[in-house]
Each structure stands twice: as C-alpha cells, then as structure tokens.
Design a binder for this molecule. Structure first.
Ligand code: SAM
Ligand code: SF4
Ligand code: SF4
Length: 371
C-alpha cells in the first residue's frame, strides 16, 4: 500500500485580493468567462465544520481537535452572504446551493434561507434554492427549512449497510438516522430529493445495487459520484475510483437502463432512466469524463473567498471588499472582473497537471469550499 502523506499546514490564507475595476462593469445577467461560460450556479459554504469524518473529505487524522477551524469572526454573517449573493444574482445566478462542511450545523440557518428566498432574478423570478447535507440533522430540521423557503435537498449517503456506512462516516453514525432524515424531508415537501453516493472501489461498490433497488420507484434520484482528488488530505488514488461507466453497467445488468437527455446546460450528472419507468439515476463522472466545458459554477467559501473551480488552489477575497466599505456596484464589478478572467478547467487538464507537491500549491479542502 502506498505511503500516506498527511499535510498539516493550513493553506487557506493564500487568497488573492479582489480589486474594484477602474470602470464599473454593469450587471447585465450575461457574464462570460475566458471560455465563454456563463455564471449560473452559486454554491455557498456556511461552515467549515462537520459532525462526520468521511475519509474522502475530512479524514480524522487531519481534522482532529487541533485542526484550525475558522473562528466565528471570520465567517461571513447572513447579511453579508445575502449581500454578496444579491450581486451574483444580478450577474445571472439563478441557483444557490448551501453547503459546507455540514450546513445544518450553522446556527439559525433558516434565517439565511429566508433572506436568500426573498432575492429575485433580473427577470423577477425566485431563485432555485437547495442544500446538500449529510442528513444527520434533517429529521429535526426538515420542516423549519421548508418553512423558511428551502425548495429541495440533496442528501449524501454512501451505503445502506449500517456497518459500511458507520465506517465511511467514521463517527459511527447509524444509517437509520439518515434514512429518517430523508423521510422527513419528503414529508416536509423538500423535493425532488436527490441522494448522492460517493463510490470508492474496494470500500462501498457492493452497496451500489442495494442503493439502486432501495430508491427505485420512490421518486428520489440516486446519483453516483466518482471519488475525486479534491483537497490535499484524502490520500486519493486513481485505483480507488470506480468509473461511472462501470456503475451503469453493473446496474443495467440487473435493472435495464435507458440514457436520458440532460435536464439543463451545465448539468453535472448524466441521467439514466429505468426501462420499466420506475425512476431515474444519475452518474457524475468528474474524474473519467470532464464536464468543464459548460461549468457555470462559482463557490463562495465560509469566509467570503470566491473560488472559480472545485480544484482551485486560491480564492479571491470578497470579504475584504464587503467589510472595507465597497458599494454594491463596486462589489458587483469586482465579481464580474474575476469571472471575466476565469479559465479554470481542472478536470480536463487533470492528467497533464503537475502534482501539487511540485508547485508548492495545495488544493483547497472540499469541507471548506463546499461541494
Ligand atoms: N456535509 C454535506 C454532505 O456531505 O452532503 C455537504 C458538504 S460535502 C463536502 C458535499 C458533497 O461532496 C457530498 O455529497 C460529498 O459526498 C461530496 N464529496 C466530498 N468529498 C468528495 C470526494 N473526495 N469525491 C467525491 N465527492 C466528494
Ligand atoms: Fe462532512 Fe460532508 Fe465532508 Fe462527509 S462529505 S466529512 S459529511 S462535509
Ligand atoms: Fe468546473 Fe473546475 Fe469541476 Fe471543471 S474541474 S467542472 S471547471 S469545478
């Protein structure tokens, strides 16, 4: 087995300054980056903390009691998040996903959801607001999230076998609680619900079929995600990636599948429907099939750094503008300038990229930037 090197240095400080351009850039709703990609989807991380320690995301050895989580004063307040989000919406964002860390750990998250739900696109439409959660607090919170204006949720679940699940979350959390959370979300009307399963070869591939069978016919869309080389701490190895094509083959051998059209441009999941009409699954092939060509996603970290790619090594510091007295117009212009300069397409370049160790740069952790 390859030796596991676990870096312990905090790399989050290396943000780029966000500058206000000399000439204002108006909010036309039609921003475009250097590859002609629009800005449509904003993922907001509301906390860098989590009550799980999934080894592919927050391995225990690194995210222990000594880990330097952000102090409360570093976090954007709900008002600051909403103000930044408003500028993104003016630039064309119409979907907001709250994430983390575990977003339901952020106190009074419902207040933020209420504020975001009041935003309108330039055409006057409400936003599509969703949240990705590990489901552990969902049973308790589903109703209040719905009442605050959340439309739907995505729940991460890596298997149905209790022992496998407890091992993957690495805090001995029982699968039954997450399943109760999914039921509560459905009862509260937080749908359509998606369930995300990260597949690691040798760890939970035998859970693929039980998961498919369990969610088939429920209206819940199960999506299989290839284990990705995000961050710098999960000890990622290509031989632990199970290509989505194999997932589809495995399911189709038992439950025939038909490929479906993508639901929207920039959609990350390839859709497959059960031939008997009992629902659909998705596969997200971030490793074996890059979808950077129409990637329209921006990520706002917990402390207000704008990241242009999941695999970025540096963010752009919007918080200093927000707290430094910039006007809304200046903030929006700064965001536009950053997006205009975006050329990120990591997944397309993955195989030709030098290892982080040779560049001295380290990719940001997914628990910090949000999935
Ligand atoms: N804690 C929440 C959760 O788990 O749903 C939200 C944050 S989590 C970082 C967002 C998503 O990223 C989850 O679906 C998780 O499974 C996925 N994820 C984390 N690390 C990953 C990795 N190395 N490869 C693929 N997906 C990963
Ligand atoms: Fe926590 Fe989500 Fe990361 Fe698992 S994937 S450690 S639940 S943030
Ligand atoms: Fe988007 Fe970066 Fe992922 Fe490509 S690698 S799809 S640019 S987030």
């Amino acid at each position: 087995m390859a030796e596991r090197v676990i870096p312990l240095i905090d790399q989050r400080v290396a943000a780029l300054a966000a500058r206000v351009p000399a000439q204002a850039i108006p909010t036309s709703g039609l921003l475009s980056d250097t590859l002609g990609r629009p800005l449509r989807d904003l993922r907001i991380s509301v906390t860098d903390r989590c009550n799980f320690r999934c080894s592919y995301c927050m391995p225990k050895e690194v995210f222990n009691k000594d880990y330097p989580y952000l102090p409360h004063s570093a976090l954007l307040t709900f008002e600051e998040i909403t103000r930044v989000a408003r500028q993104f919406v003016a630039h064309g964002v119409h979907k907001i996903r709250l994430t983390g860390g575990e977003p339901l750990l952020r106190k009074n998250l419902e207040v933020l959801i209420e504020q975001l739900a009041a935003l309108r696109t330039p055409e006057g439409d409400p936003l599509d607001i969703t949240l990705t959660t590990n489901g552990s607090l969902l049973e308790r919170k589903a109703k209040s999230l719905k009442a605050a204006g959340l439309q739907r949720v995505t729940v991460s679940l890596d298997g149905l076998d209790d022992a496998v699940f407890r091992q993957m979350n690495d805090v001995d959390f029982p699968v039954a609680e997450v399943l109760k959370g999914i039921d509560a979300a459905r009862d509260a009307g937080l749908g359509p619900i998606k369930v995300n399963m990260v597949v690691k070869r040798g760890t939970n591939e035998h859970e693929i079929l039980p998961m498919a069978r369990h969610f088939r016919g429920t209206g819940i869309v199960l999506r299989f995600i290839e284990y990705m080389d995000v961050g710098a701490t999960n000890g990622w190895r290509m031989d632990e990636v199970l290509p989505s094509a194999e997932v589809v083959k495995l399911i189709a051998a038992q439950l025939p599948l038909i490929q479906l059209e993508p639901s929207a441009p920039g959609e990350t999941a390839e859709r497959w429907g059960y031939a008997d009409g009992s629902g659909e699954i998705g596969v997200i092939s971030s490793v074996t099939q890059a979808f950077c060509g129409d990637c329209n996603r921006a990520r706002l970290s917990t402390e207000g750094q704008l990241y242009l790619c999941l695999f970025a090594t540096q963010g752009h510091d919007l918080r200093s503008l927000v707290r430094g007295g910039a006007s809304d117009e200046e903030l929006a212009s700064a965001i536009a300038q950053i997006w205009h300069g975006r050329g990120d397409r990591y997944s397309q370049l993955r195989s030709s990229m030098p290892p982080d160790s040779s560049t001295g740069k380290r990719r940001v952790e997914m628990s910090y930037i949000g999935g």
